[in-house]
Design a binder for this molecule. Sequence first.
Ligand SMILES: NC(=O)c1ccc[n+]([C@@H]2O[C@H](COP(=O)([O-])OP(=O)(O)OC[C@H]3O[C@@H](n4cnc5c(N)ncnc54)[C@H](OP(=O)(O)O)[C@@H]3O)[C@@H](O)[C@H]2O)c1
Length: 247
Amino acid sequence: MAKLDGKVALITGGTTGIGAATARLFKAEGASVVVTGANPNSLEAARAELPGIEVVLSDQADPGASAALADAVAARHGRIDILFVNAGVAAFSPLDQLTEEDFDRQFGINVRGALFAAKAAAPHIPQGGSIIFTASTAASLGMAATSVYSASKAAVRSFARSLGAELAPRGVRVNAISPGPIETPIFGKSGLSAEQIEGFKSDITSRVPLGRIGRPEEIAAAVLFLAADATFITGEEIIAGGGMAVI
Ligand SMILES: NC(=O)c1ccc[n+]([C@@H]2O[C@H](COP(=O)([O-])OP(=O)(O)OC[C@H]3O[C@@H](n4cnc5c(N)ncnc54)[C@H](OP(=O)(O)O)[C@@H]3O)[C@@H](O)[C@H]2O)c1
């Protein structure tokens, strides 16, 4: 029997990268999977690349959209067994170049939006279900130019603890996955030039004890563990960064 037979999974930010890899793995393990994105172009591409997976436009920055989404998924599938709050954006600037718009955008999607996505789905999650937030090794490191992004991920890490405590009496587990550097389209969306991205990647690779950037499928495997196998684990974080931030 597959690990997620008969389960319903909602993955925010599942059109590319870590979310898409997790959607594929969850589907292969028997789940009905719904993924979201906010960019109409990547939604179209995702519909072609993720056969058998429902791909929906829903902006995580908008709590009203998250509420409508959760209600629609629950109405269609009866419940939401697994919520993977994964949609996120990254922009890197040193303090003197920081803008209020940058701050509001990252906190609006990564923090405010993530929390309200959980609020919207929680009433539809039955006993035995779980919420997984995508945080980051950035939450536990001090790296130049990442103040806003890192703080947004530290907030998300914290949500797993607080909501873990809140939802434990209902038998719903809440955990975080904290990837290190993973090869996904996120760097291309960060506002950095191709040259800056290459420089960033080679610098960050030198800080990873395993000496390489990870693959989205390696994070999906850890998310599946949290969703399906980790039945006595809540409020926790799995750091999947090739040793980064821990050794
Ligand atoms: N890659 C890394 O090195 C790394 C490391 C640690 C943590 N993370 C975290 O992992 C998560 C996934 O990132 P990724 O690396 O897989 O990058 P990605 O390929 O860019 O995936 C991000 C996903 O989020 C979606 N998204 C962005 N803004 C959204 C919004 N407002 N509403 C709904 N969906 C939205 C994107 O869709 P559209 O762009 O099409 O809207 C896409 O599906 C993020 O939370 C990121 O911070 C990544």
